[in-house]
Ligand binder design. Structure first.
Ligand code: AMP
Ligand code: ZN
Length: 660
């Protein structure tokens, strides 16, 4: 590569890495996998090694990512929280071994540990009591997250037989099952989902409100003593001491040489799935602490340890079928059913195909041989088709046009690739729809949160939103954790919600793009739901804030048989369809006026105001779409045009009568 080209490439890589680093550390919302990120960093490092003249102090290779944010008080780390050098192959690992050999002549041993994928922290204990904890930040200064750390149950508040002063380094993580549990709850509640356990942990720990952290059920595992008033000779000794003090300590294995470490590294990789936490590699450390200090550190990483990164595992298998699942939000997700293979420690028998666009792009068909990948712990996905192995007679795969759960039409999101079932009574969406119906911004039914909805659904007492109005206190009282009193309260709250009226009821249906705001706008325009149902798409589109997409969603929803059934049940139950908003006079809805000539009774601005207040529009030129031309004195070409097109021409007097 020419110097010129290298310079450009380095600049581009720097910008790219910085951007991903910002997303990862500051926003806890990465858009590429850690593995891809590490690869980028390494490409940059290699280039900078080849062209050192272009290496600048501000390069991301020269500092640990992440700035200290101003949300929390800064804490200066007494012992810096270093990063680790990554290796991606056995060869690189042996190179690490020889570097250690060159520096330390006498015998040495190594420890292998899983590399827990969470958020690095340092915690300090004084006289055995938890004193303070901070995030890594830039390695020198972190953020004081003591209060949030106190909510973590696996962080001991008090230690057994602790030294006077102790600083421990560990990883705050979200266990895989916690992650799944939270996300499945958030999905029902309509909250944004956590991207992955690591971001779940980082985002939860850096909350201003410790209560939020507590809800996220984080865990802590420790793997290093940063500082202690007690003396230790080896890393294994410190880990055992930490266990004795009451910490959850990273599991470790101790070996005489690097060659033996490899087996353990491979073993961890193969069994990744059995650990309660995610991991993104294994860490190999020199055990003897005196040897460690002799090896020391570079500006960024210790010379006595490396992180071995597992590549995402990829294997071939055959697609025996493609099945479609309907999720809680109604989205259809196609999945390839494949002949079982072992991948990253688990047996994989299906892999996601995400959506129709993805299927089209890869051209995956039933019968194809495909490459399946599991990157980290993410759900396995199909990454490519082995076209050379495609059998005769395969057909492109198209997602069905109706929902497999309820038979309703499936439509594509206007703003994305997702295909969604439109059924108001779709069983797959039941939990989520009823929870939304009862939520604060919708019918606001006190006591009808996700957990209660779930037990009502599980007990078969409700199948759709309207069913809640047919509940009786006696059957509700039979539910788990429901007494007679709370059942009666719930029934009373449900009864009260019947009077919420048009705008909230409309928002409660969960029609796409029709939330609180649209509910209000529409309830100002129509005095009840029935009037809204009569409105055509064209009429709806004339309303401010209602675009063509929303208008169509509304019309489709009201036309669907399941919605009609819902509405009938709600009406019979006595739920009010009436607007509680002041209904505006919209006599000019859908009408367009053109003003021409000299008006004597109003200024043009006044006339425009009146027309718009009544829901009409004013345009500057006459066309077939014009409803009226309001003509004053000495009207010119616009009048002629109106006459040619046969458009109604009105005088000021006639206009006056219309707005009376
Ligand atoms: P990196 O962030 O890729 O430079 O990797 C270094 C990070 O690995 C440290 O900041 C730690 O948070 C994390 N880590 C996880 N498990 C371990 C472990 N067993 N030993 C050392 N570091 C670990
Ligand atoms: Zn459905």
């Amino acid at each position: 590569m020419e110097a010129n080209e290298a310079k450009k490439r380095i600049e581009a890589l720097k910008a790219e890495v910085e951007e991903h680093s910002r997303r990862y550390y500051d926003e806890d919302a990465p858009t590429i996998s850690d593995f891809e990120y590490d690869k980028l960093i390494h490409t940059l490092m290699d280039l900078e090694d080849a062209f050192p003249q272009f290496r600048t102090p501000d390069s991301p290779t020269q500092h640990v990512g992440g700035k200290v944010s101003s949300k929390f008080d800064p804490v200066r780390h007494e012992v810096p929280l270093e990063s680790l050098m990554d290796v991606f192959s056995h060869e690189d690992l042996f190179a690490f071994g020889s570097r250690v050999n060159d520096a330390i002549a006498e015998e040495k041993t190594f420890v292998v540990e899983p590399k827990v994928d969470g958020l690095s922290i340092a915690i300090e204990y004084r006289n055995g009591k938890f004193y303070r904890g901070a995030t890594r930040g830039d390695g020198q200064t972190g953020e004081d997250v003591t209060e949030n750390l106190r909510t973590i149950r696996s962080l001991p508040q008090e230690l057994r037989n602790a030294p006077e002063r102790l600083i421990v380094r560990g990883e705050v993580y979200m266990a895989k099952d916690t992650f799944e549990r939270l996300n499945s709850r958030y999905e029902v509640e309509g909250k944004p989902l956590l991207a992955n356990p690591r971001n779940g942990a980082a985002g939860s720990l850096r909350q201003k409100d410790a209560k939020v952290t507590a809800e996220r059920c984080l865990d802590l595992i420790v793997y290093n003593i940063q500082f202690s008033t007690a003396q230790y000779k080896s890393h294994t000794e410190t880990l055992d001491a930490l266990t004795a003090m009451g910490f959850d300590v990273v599991p470790y294995k101790h070996y005489d040489n690097i060659r033996d470490c490899v087996e353990q590294i491979e073993w961890i990789g193969e069994h990744r799935d059995e650990f309660s936490y995610e991991m993104d590699g294994a860490v190999i450390k020199v055990n003897d602490l005196a040897q460690r200090s002799r090896l020391g550190s570079t500006t960024k990483v210790p010379r006595w340890a490396v992180a071995y990164k597992y590549p995402p595992e990829k294997k071939c298998s055959r697609v025996v079928n493609i099945v479609v699942q309907v999720g809680r939000t109604g989205v259809l997700t196609p999945k390839a059913v494949i002949e079982p293979i072992r991948l990253a420690g688990t047996t994989v028998s299906n892999a996601t195909l995400h959506n129709q666009d993805f299927i089209d792009k890869l051209d995956v068909r039933i019968g194809d041989t495909v490459w399946v990948q599991k990157a980290g712990e993410i759900i396995p996905e199909v990454v490519a088709v082995e076209f050379s192995a495609r059998p005769e007679g395969t057909q492109p795969f198209k997602l069905p046009e109706v929902c497999s759960e309820c038979g309703s039409p499936v439509v594509r999101d206007a703003d994305g690739a997702a295909m969604r079932c439109t059924g108001a009574e779709c069983p797959a969406q039941r939990l989520r729809n009823i929870t939304h119906f009862a939520s604060k911004d919708a019918m606001d039914i006190e006591g009808l949160g996700p957990a209660v909805v779930e037990s009502l659904v599980n007990a078969g007492l409700v199948k759709n939103c309207a069913d809640i109005y047919y509940l009786d206190a006696q059957s509700v009282a039979q539910l788990d954790r429901m007494g007679k009193k709370s059942a009666e309260n719930l029934i009373a709250a449900i009864e009260k919600s019947k009077q919420q009226g048009f705008s909230r009821l409309l928002a409660a249906f969960g029609i796409r793009q029709v939330g609180v705001k649209a509910g209000k706008v529409l309830a100002k325009r129509y005095s009840n739901l029935d009037e809204l149902m009569q409105a055509s798409v064209e009429e709806l589109m004339t309303i401010d804030d209602i675009g063509p997409v929303t208008a169509q969603y509304l019309a489709d929803w009201f036309a669907a048989p399941q919605s009609r059934h819902q509405l009938a049940l709600l009406r019979d139950a006595g739920v009010s369809f009436e607007s509680t908003e002041e209904v505006a006079d919209a006599r000019f809805a859908g009408k367009t006026f053109v003003l021409t000539g000299t008006l004597s009774r109003y200024t043009r601005d006044e006339a425009t105001d009146v027309i718009e207040r009544f829901g009409g529009k004013v345009s500057g030129s006459v066309s077939k779409k014009t409803s009226y031309v309001l003509a004053g004195e000495a009207a010119g070409s616009k009048l002629t045009k109106a006459q040619e097109l046969g458009i109604a021409v009105i005088s000021e007097d006639e206009f006056g009568a219309m707005i009376e």
